[in-house]
Design a protein around this ligand. Structure first.
Ligand code: GDP
Length: 479
């Protein structure tokens, strides 16, 4: 059973471009007339809040006629989910620890807090969820798998060190995901702390402090003395409030696997973040090719809980195998459904591994999509041997933008093409242009796996000509 993208769009009253975008986030490159199977259609529908993700056995038609959106009356505010990013050694881990400790109440002091991949705190009676694996690498790796869990990114910049290469990467990764950034200017206790210099440097990347007339919240903090931590929490709540985050706790639970491992005593253990609905002990769940019945759940303090509501991270026991971080999980009506979805996926995965798939993001594909009006933006990442070349390429390529198609350089940097570049490209449907640089060893493997188009040039003119050709429809496919 299958349905074309066009039909699916009509049934769901969404534009085909929306559906194609959703499919891309799931790692499926489809054109408007392409057929997609009922399982995939169901997952896309579920992305829009349809209660259909699960009835693989039903035909797509029946799946899609069901109620599309949550009843607004059922929506309730949910806590925001925060990721901490920034350059190495600028204090991401220390800041996460400081926030966690600031919130340990007297009765809990001395109690063990577990690292399960995320934790929740309460400030002014409002909850905030922090993802415990700092850095944009984890963030973008999850995004490349279709998972968007972060509402706010905290960009940590050491006041004594200033903006560094990974600071810039983090900014670009957060931007590519459309996640608002709050800057924490850390290490304010240090004698050579210079917050104004940090603010000055950040303006070069489009982040202008509120007190300088911009709209980026910047909070001076010290993870060491805990100065400014309360202010930071305050600001997080403020930014969250503006985002008006809501979810429907009344529906079946769904969300994303944050971390997972095989525990010797307990079997597969997954930390999941509930993003909508409520997850309850006894629920049947499926995540990627793993399925099972929730046997027990623990919060980040290791306390057993019966229910997990939106934005709550919990450890889940009961999966048949270890799911992957970034897998989405869904509650399904019964064990049979859970197992059949998981098995179907496992089979498909095996088939796909045999097939040499088309590049997911290539200049040629992008051109086709541009021509069909499905893509309005050609996204690229530029890596070059010197900053001057990055800038020259960036400017020349952006100048190719037309009314129909915008060339958007989502990230530019000096040095070899890394795994993180590939993951950003994969998550953002971008190509990579390398000038006088090559992919490093890890990146090469990942590019193949993620099907990212990496184009290497030694002459700037050639790069510009290729992109120009793709945009005007003259590019000869490369074989
Ligand atoms: P990460 O790599 O970004 O996670 O950075 P860490 O949290 O591991 O911190 C790197 C180093 O900076 C450690 O030695 C910390 O003790 C130190 N550090 C972190 N925050 C502060 C701070 O606010 N003040 C001072 N003086 N040192 C800090």
């Amino acid at each position: 059973e299958s349905v074309t993208v066009q039909e699916l769009a009509e049934k769901m009253k969404k534009s085909p471009a929306d559906i194609i975008k959703r499919l891309m986030m799931l790692g499926v490159l489809a054109t408007i007339n392409q057929e997609i199977d009922a399982d995939t259609a169901g997952i896309v529908a579920a992305e829009y809040g349809l209660e259909v993700e699960v009835k693989v056995e039903l035909d797509a038609e029946a799946l899609l006629t069901q109620e599309a959106e949550d009843d607004p009356a059922d929506l309730a505010p949910r806590p925001c989910v925060v990721t901490v990013m920034g350059h190495v050694d600028h204090g991401k881990t220390s800041l996460l620890d400081a926030i966690r400790q600031t919130n340990v109440t007297a009765t809990e002091a001395g109690g063990i807090t577990q690292h399960i991949g995320a934790y929740q705190i309460e400030h002014n009676n409002k909850k905030i969820t922090f993802l415990d694996t700092p850095g944009h690498e984890a963030f973008t790796a999850m995004r490349a798998r279709g998972a968007q869990v972060t509402d706010i990114a905290i960009l940590v910049v050491a006041a004594d060190d200033g903006v560094m290469p990974q600071t810039v990467e983090a900014i670009n990764h957060a931007r590519a995901a459309g996640v608002p950034i709050i800057v924490a200017i850390n290490k304010m206790d240090k004698p050579d702390a210079n917050p104004d210099r940090v603010k000055q440097q950040l303006t070069e990347y489009g982040l202008v402090a509120e007190e300088w007339g911009g709209d980026t919240v910047m909070v001076p903090v010290s993870a060491k003395t805990r100065q400014g931590i309360e202010d930071l929490l305050e600001m997080i709540l403020l930014v969250a409030e503006m985002a008006d985050l809501k979810a429907n706790p009344k529906r079946a639970g769904r969300g994303t696997v944050i971390e997972a491992e095989l525990d010797k005593g307990r079997g597969p253990v997954a930390t999941v973040l509930v993003q909508n609905g409520t997850l309850t002990v006894g629920d049947n769940v499926v995540a990627g090719t793993a399925w099972g019945r929730v046997r027990a759940m623990m919060d980040y303090r290791g306390r057993r809980v019966k229910k997990a509501v939106p934005s709550m991270p919990v450890e889940v026991l009961g999966f048949s195998e270890v799911p992957q971080a970034g897998d989405m999980f869904y509650v399904v009506p019964d064990e049979k459904t859970a197992r059949s979805i998981a098995e179907k996926r496992a089979n498909r995965k095996r088939e796909e591994e045999f097939k040499a798939a088309m590049p997911r993001v290539s200049l040629d594909d992008l051109f086709k999509q541009i021509k069909e009006g499905q893509v309005k933006e050609l996204r690229a990442i530029i890596k070059a041997d010197v900053q001057g070349s990055v800038e020259a390429l960036k400017q020349s390529l952006e100048r190719l933008s037309t009314d129909e198609v915008k060339v958007n350089i989502i990230h530019g940097g000096v040095g070899a093409i890394t795994e993180t570049d590939i993951m950003l490209a994969s998550a953002s449907n971008a190509i990579i242009i390398g000038f006088n640089v090559r992919p490093d060893v890890n990146a090469r493997g990942v590019a193949e796996r993620e099907k990212v188009d990496v184009r290497l040039y030694r002459v700037i003119y050639d790069a510009i000509e290729d992109v120009k050709a793709a945009m005007s429809g003259l590019l000869e496919p490369e074989y």
